[in-house]
Design a protein around this ligand. Structure first.
Ligand SMILES: [Zn+2]
Length: 262
């Protein structure tokens, strides 16, 4: 179980009380922004876009517009995580290494599949970054199970987008299980093995392909890692778009690195 609502509220409001955050808002001239821009350079070239996004997320945490950042999800670069951990420590932010949390779509009720997903997540190392003195909350966050509301709160993302992301993920997992089932032809051991190996399977029918494309379609709000829901995507004044503009304003250096890499 994660922190109580009171604890979360305290952590979040801390971001708006301290002058620390005003310093972080100075953009490209802040030491944290410079450290983050330097950290991006140690990530492998193919991961630079993702690394730049993560670095910008860390600046958003420092600026108090994002409660927590999960650094290194989707790419593996120990050097980048170490550099960001050092940057966070210098800036007085809390940081903790641990496995990702398991979101709502990580529970399908099919144990052979869910166990494979959990093993995969447990073997992944992320760096969690939060505001000063949030170490205990970060520790609880690592490897936890989060419902959509809790996850939206942790990330500081609109609930509508987090909900739709998990709806798509559930669809993705459903199609994947269907494809694995077809390939394994009722062989339970093979099913588990294919799920663990995260075997790339090919859709067989037009409908399956269409569903797979729908499930994996992600349009990110620029300068954020928010996979937008259709409503936010369509509306220039939506919650995701407004956050996007706040992220863009954060740092010249990091935003420029993101533009270069993307
Ligand atoms: Zn949305």
């Amino acid at each position: 179980m994660l922190g109580t609502d009171d604890e979360w509220a305290t952590i979040r409001s801390a971001g708006h009380r301290e002058t620390f955050y005003t310093d972080a808002m100075e953009g490209s001239s802040s030491p944290l922004a410079r450290d983050c821009a330097a950290a991006i350079e140690v990530a492998p070239p193919e991961a630079r876009a993702a690394a730049a996004q993560d670095a910008l997320d860390v600046l958003a945490v420092a600026a108090g517009i994002k409660p927590f950042a999960a650094v290194g999800w989707g790419f593996d670069s120990t050097a980048f995580r170490v550099a960001i951990a050092a940057a966070a420590a210098r800036a007085g932010l809390a940081a903790f290494d641990g496995p990702p949390w398991i979101g709502e779509s990580g529970n399908s009720g099919q144990s052979w599949y869910d166990e494979a997903l959990c093993e995969d997540l447990a073997a992944t190392q992320l760096l969690f970054v939060g505001p000063p003195r949030s170490e205990a909350a970060l520790r609880r966050l690592a490897g936890s199970r989060l419902g959509v509301s809790e996850e939206a709160g942790v990330l500081g993302y609109p609930l509508c987008c987090v909900k739709e992301f998990h709806r798509r993920q559930r669809l993705f997992h459903l199609i994947t299980r269907r494809m694995i089932g077809r390939q394994a032809q009722g062989d339970e051991t093979l099913k588990r093995r294919l799920a663990r190996a995260r075997a790339m399977l090919t859709p067989k029918t037009e409908t399956e392909l269409k569903l797979l494309l729908r499930a994996t379609r992600m349009i990110f709000a620029p300068f954020t890692s928010i996979a937008m829901c259709r409503a936010c995507e369509a509306d220039s004044g939506s919650a995701a778009r407004i956050l996007s503009a706040r992220f863009e304003a954060l740092s010249g250096d990091v935003a420029a690195a993101l533009r270069r890499a993307g």
